[in-house]
Design a protein around this ligand. Structure first.
Ligand code: SF4
Length: 465
C-alpha cells in the first residue's frame, strides 16, 4: 500500500518522487486495538501548493481504502504533509509544518535518515530532534530503497527450477494434433515462453496472428492481445488460456472518455497504444506498440493535433523523440510504475559496469537515468549489438528469460524483483494444456467493432517498427 501511495503521489501533475526513506515498523502510541504499522517519509518535487496537495492526498487515501471519518485510531493509510519548503501555514484543516513533526519518533527516524540536517520549527535539525524525543518502539525493516523485502520468484531469480518437460511435451503434441499455433508475449512465465511457437512483443505477435494458417491461435498474453489477434484473423478461433488475464492500463481508457476528448479536439488524430480494448481501437485512427510509437507519431501529418492513449509515459517519450506535441491520456502501467530512481541507483551501485536499459512505460525520472530506452524487441536488438557484457533491465521480469535465451554470453539483471505483472502471470502451462483440450475460452470481437478496429490495427502493422 505504501508503494501504491508513492506511485500515486508521483503521478500527481507537476510532481515527482525524489527520495524515499527505509520502511519502519512502529508500535502505536494509540490504543492497544491498533496493530503495529509501517511508515516511511518521502521527498517529492512538486509544483502544487500545500493547498492543492491536500485534496490530492485525500483522494489518494480514499483510493487506497481510507474511510475519511476515521481521524484517530486504526486507519488503513495516513498520508501527511510534514514540511513544505519552509512554508508556514496554520489553518483549521491544514498545518504546515505538521504540528507533531518533532514529537513522534516514527516520523523523526525516517526523516532524519532522509534529511538529517533539515532545520525544523524549533531550530533543531531532524537529527537533533530525534535525540530529544521520548522512546517509542521503531524498527527499520527494509533498508535504503524503502521497499518491502522481495519475495524470490523461483524460475526467474536463480531459485529451484521445476521440471516442466512432461507437460510441455504434451502441449506440443496436442498443438500439432489440433493444428494450433501458440503465441507468447515476452512477459509470460519462462516455461510458457519455452512451449510457444513464437515469443515476441505485441507488434511481432500481431503480425504472426495475421499471417498464421493454423486452425486456432492459443494466445499466451492478456485480453487486449487476444482481441487484436481476433481482429486480424477473424476466421479462426483465438483462445486466451485465462479469460481473467486483463490489463489495468488498457482499462484506464474508455470509449465515453475518449469520445469527450475527441470532441474537445475535433480533427485530432487518435493514436492508441495496442494496449487498449477493441472498442477504443475502433474509435482510434491508428494503433502503435512501444516498438513503433515514434514512427506512428511521425506518420501523422504535421498540421494535425495528436491524441495519444492510454500510456502517458510512452506518449510523452515518443512525442519527444518524434519532435511532435501530443495530448496524452493519463494512463500508466502499474507494473512499470514500480521501478523508481532508487532502484536504478542501487542496481548501478551493485553492477557498476552494467548499462541500464528501460521500457518507455517507466516513469520519466527512471527513463532519464537509462543508457537506452527500448521496447522489448528493441531491448534484444540493443543488447545483442551493444558491446557491454552486463545490463540492468527495467521492464516486466519475464523479459530476463527472453534476453538470456536470445543474447547468450551476456548477463541480465532486473532493476527490481517487483516488476511482475500479475495478469501476464495468470497464464500457466496447466491452463495452456486445458485450452488445447477444450478449445476455449475463445475471445471474440463484435463484427461492427472489429471492422473499425481493424483499420487502426492494419495502419499500425503497415508503419512497422
Ligand atoms: S505489464 Fe503493464 S501494460 Fe503489460 S499487461 Fe501488465 S499491466 Fe498491462
Amino acid at each position: 500500500m505504501l508503494r501504491q501511495a508513492r506511485r500515486l503521489l508521483a503521478a500527481l501533475p507537476g510532481t515527482s518522487l525524489v527520495r524515499a526513506s527505509s520502511l519502519y515498523v512502529t508500535a502505536p502510541v494509540g490504543g492497544p486495538e491498533q496493530d503495529d504499522y509501517l511508515n516511511q517519509v518521502v521527498e517529492v518535487r512538486t509544483s502544487l501548493s500545500p493547498r492543492e496537495l491536500l485534496p490530492a492526498i485525500n483522494r489518494i487515501e480514499a483510493e487506497l481504502g481510507r474511510e475519511r471519518l476515521v481521524r484517530w485510531g486504526p486507519r488503513s493509510i495516513d498520508v501527511d504533509i510534514l514540511w513544505y519548503d519552509g512554508s508556514s501555514i496554520a489553518e483549521a484543516d491544514l498545518e504546515v509544518p505538521h504540528p507533531r513533526l518533532e514529537e513522534r519518533r516514527f516520523v523523526l527516524e525516517p526523516l532524519a535518515e532522509l534529511a538529517p540536517d533539515l532545520v525544523l520549527p524549533s531550530g533543531r535539525t531532524a537529527r537533533e530532534a530525534l535525540e530529544n524525543v521520548r522512546e517509542q518502539a521503531v524498527r527499520r525493516v527494509a533498508g535504503g530503497r524503502g521497499e518491502l523485502p522481495d519475495k524470490p520468484i523461483p524460475s526467474q531469480s536463480g531459485g529451484p527450477k521445476m521440471d516442466h518437460s512432461a507437460m510441455q511435451a504434451e502441449i506440443r503434441r496436442l498443438a500439432k494434433e489440433k493444428g494450433a499455433v501458440i503465441l507468447a508475449h515476452n512477459y509470460q512465465r519462462p516455461e510458457v515462453q519455452d512451449v510457444a511457437d513464437f515469443v515476441g512483443d505485441s507488434l511481432g505477435l500481431s503480425r504472426r496472428a495475421a499471417a498464421t494458417t493454423a486452425n486456432m491461435t492459443v494466445f499466451c498474453g492478456v485480453h487486449f492481445m487476444a482481441e487484436t489477434a481476433a481482429i486480424l484473423a477473424p476466421d479462426r478461433p483465438v483462445i486466451l488460456p485465462d479469460i481473467e488475464a486483463g490489463c489495468p492500463m488498457a482499462d484506464m481508457v474508455d470509449v465515453e472518455g475518449l469520445e469527450e476528448l475527441k470532441a474537445e479536439h475535433p480533427g485530432a488524430v487518435v493514436v492508441s497504444y495496442v494496449n487498449t480494448s477493441a472498442a477504443v481501437k475502433a474509435i482510434s485512427d491508428i494503433c502503435c506498440t512501444s516498438a513503433n510509437a515514434v514512427n506512428v507519431i511521425r506518420s501523422v501529418p504535421k498540421d494535425k493535433e495528436i491524441i495519444f492513449t492510454p500510456n502517458r509515459n510512452l506518449g510523452s517519450w515518443a512525442a519527444q523523440k518524434a519532435g511532435r506535441w501530443v495530448i496524452v491520456w493519463p494512463g500508466f502501467c502499474p507494473t512499470h510504475g514500480l521501478i523508481d530512481v532508487d532502484d536504478v541507483e542501487d542496481a548501478k551501485a551493485a553492477h557498476p559496469n552494467a548499462k541500464v536499459v528501460v521500457h518507455p512505460e517507466c516513469e520519466p525520472d527512471v527513463v532519464a537515468l537509462a543508457d537506452a530506452v527500448e521496447s522489448t524487441s528493441g531491448m534484444i536488438r540493443f543488447c545483442r549489438e551493444d558491446d557491454a557484457g552486463e545490463y540492468l533491465i527495467g521492464t516486466e521480469l519475464g523479459m530476463i528469460h527472453r534476453l538470456e535465451k536470445d543474447v547468450p554470453g551476456k548477463k541480465f539483471y532486473p532493476l527490481t524483483q517487483l516488476t511482475v505483472c500479475p495478469n501476464m502471470k495468470l497464464i500457466t502451462l496447466e491452463k495452456v494444456l486445458k485450452a488445447l483440450l477444450t478449445g476455449g475460452p475463445v475471445v471474440t470481437v463484435e463484427e461492427e467493432i472489429r471492422v473499425k478496429a481493424l483499420r487502426a490495427v492494419q495502419r499500425m502493422v503497415e508503419v512497422g517498427a
